[in-house]
Design a protein around this ligand. Structure first.
Ligand SMILES: [Zn+2]
Length: 190
């Protein structure tokens, strides 16, 4: 009657094999909710007392890391310079170095905390390239898993999942301590 063997097969490009790396879409949706609110990265920068509720992970000398509120996968983060600039040509070398150091630390802590098996790390520069917040550069760090079924995997809809974000934030905090990485939201290299 039924053939469960065939039912379990997944056509290429769908289900578990689907490629969910589409940052332009996420940026667009992100921008829709923030059109009248100015730059949320500058807001986060200017209110360190709200780091925990804003899910700011680390503050460096010239840049900071924050969990994305519209995540593609659990732990999807962004790294941005403190300065509101949208052009790589305006970013000092020291800031770029620190942003890559933050990307490295995020890779380490996300591997330890949520057992990420791979990462997409990249930037959208300019509105035509999909940047929803073209005035303020940011690097996306998106953890990936084989099949992307681990923890939360957002496939068809971008959703706000505050409870899951809080759990991930706490998990990253514990992992950062265990792995001797800088403590979350308490500055680096003070
Ligand atoms: Zn800004």
């Amino acid at each position: 009657m039924s053939d469960t063997g065939d039912a379990e097969k997944t056509p290429p490009g769908t289900g578990r094999n689907r490629n969910i790396w589409a940052p332009w879409r996420m940026e667009y949706i992100e921008a829709l909710g923030q059109a009248d609110k100015g730059c949320f990265l500058c807001s986060h920068r200017d209110e360190p007392e709200k780091d925990e509720s804003n899910f700011v992970l680390w503050r460096g000398q010239s840049s900071f890391a924050v969990l994305n509120r519209f995540p593609y996968t659990g732990g999807h983060s962004m790294i941005a310079p403190y300065e509101h600039v949208g052009d790589l040509a305006k970013v000092p070398g020291r800031t770029m170095l620190e942003m890559m150091e933050l990307a490295r630390d995020l890779q380490i802590v996300l591997t330890g905390a949520v057992h990420a098996q791979g990462f997409n790390i990249g930037m959208n520069i300019g509105r035509c390239a999909g940047a929803g917040l073209p005035g303020h550069l940011h690097i996306h760090v998106v953890p990936r898993w084989d099949g992307d079924t681990n923890f939360i995997a957002v496939l068809d809809d971008v959703r706000v999942i505050p409870q899951a974000l809080g759990e991930i934030y706490d998990r990253l905090r514990e992992a950062a301590d265990e792995m001797n990485l800088p403590r979350l939201s308490q500055g680096r290299r003070a």
